[in-house]
Ligand binder design. Sequence first.
Ligand SMILES: Cc1cc2nc3c(=O)[nH]c(=O)nc-3n(C[C@H](O)[C@H](O)[C@H](O)COP(=O)(O)OP(=O)(O)OC[C@H]3O[C@@H](n4cnc5c(N)ncnc54)[C@H](O)[C@@H]3O)c2cc1C
Length: 498
Amino acid sequence: MAIHIAPTLLALVTVGVFFPSTVTSSVLQKLAAVDTCLTTAGVPTYASGSADFTQAIKPFNLRLPFTPVALAVPSTVAHVQAAVSCAASLGITVSAKSGGHSYASHGIGGENGHLIVDMLYFNNITVDKSSSTAMVGTGARLGNVATALYNQGGQAISHGTCPGVGVGGLALHGGYGFSSHTHGLTLDGILEATVVLANSTVVTASATQNPDLFWALRGAGASFGIVTNFKFQTFTAPSPNIVFTYMFSFGSQQQAVSAISAIQTYTRSTMPTELNMRFTINPYSTTLSGVYYGSQAAFTAAIQPLLSTMPAPLYNTVQSMGWLDTLTAYSNGALATTLNYDYHETFFAKSLMPSELSDAAITAFVAYWFNTAKSNTRDWYVMMDLHGGAGSAISKVAADATSYAHRDAIFKFQFYDRVDSGTYPSNGFPFLNGWVGSITSAMPNTTFGMYINYADSSLTADQAHTAYWLDHYPKLTTIKMAYDPKKVFSNPQAILST
Ligand SMILES: Cc1cc2nc3c(=O)[nH]c(=O)nc-3n(C[C@H](O)[C@H](O)[C@H](O)COP(=O)(O)OP(=O)(O)OC[C@H]3O[C@@H](n4cnc5c(N)ncnc54)[C@H](O)[C@@H]3O)c2cc1C
């Protein structure tokens, strides 16, 4: 892709190419000023309206397109500093973009008018096997991270399943996949982060350097700066692993209620650390799938207490695989991801992170599934990750060790509804809100957490703050005021957004 030094935006904006004719002259002056500032500072940009610019701002979620004032494509930390300095001096809000997979398009601001700092060229990955650590640029995509770590000494970190997701956004807000029950979240593996702050200085955040910032970054990173690099603790990529799927059919709501109840009991107390599992419902199938790190015999012994409480599966596969094949089994395609990654969907999604589900909540969830969801012919799914419990590496970390606020969540629910083409229908919102509401209404005195990596665009700022960060939110606001009092880094659901 060609990099351009930003041309003057003013002429383009004046003829109404990028913004409606209602933009004020002060906005036009700001656009011109940021353009001039970036050019003067030598910050590479994609020219507004160019093919590269248009491609770079195309969101993963096509339902939520936004237009930034400018898009920087830095290749050095000094470029990032200069870009932040330009925006801060002009009162323009800044958003970093790594893989651009935010469900609410927060990587392109989540609203119009931001300066986007696209980290795609920060994609170096270097392993130091002697210390089991790796330096990883935040713009690197998960598939490329996994492959490079493995090729440089058989190393791995815990991360999500989709190879196109950027490690920047994923790691700064959680990072859950089929190794998290065993090894923790991606953010649990961060030893250090290199951060460009709102005042455009560069600092290291770690347990010993700027520890308050380090705490905030691991769960709410987008609000505190632009992270250019992570230093991760790595582990030896496990192999061979047991990769499995069991497919079920529940003949009655009561049978489904009993199964989910059994899964909850198993997750809470019996599920071993080595087992990673997800219960998935979609219009076509109901499956329990995952990865076990150990022998076939140990897996059989580990899963048996759960299977013995469930109806006999219709079908199952249990295979032994090496590490990269294990990841590929759940990646929906090859791990390698190119710079011109171009996959998108049109969808609405929600999440829920309950520490437990009451019998009434499970019953209401299943009733909605059978009575409402089964008649929805769109391409919806619900994934219920077995996130916490006594054996979970996530739950073993102290609740207040990082700003990630969901250590005690037994399940991580994702509710997702998409269309293959065209506009997402207005009745999709009540469909998923109703499904989540079936659970929350059955437990009226519970405050439910939600996962910001599945950002729910229908939440107000206040709702988002409570759901994403629970009782960590007040501390996050204090740290925000210390590092970014003018809210240079923000989006509609960021810390202190209104
Ligand atoms: C197809 C798909 C599969 C997914 N699978 C999983 C999964 O298995 N597990 C899981 O946990 N999540 C998963 N997610 C959710 C994913 O973790 C989040 O959407 C994540 O925030 C995306 O990160 P990104 O860098 O790609 O996105 P972006 O949109 O670029 O960024 C997301 C947020 O992080 C901020 N940010 C990005 N880079 C930086 C940086 N360098 N410094 C500071 N802030 C930054 C952005 O400003 C934005 O607020 C999936 C999402 C999709 C679309």
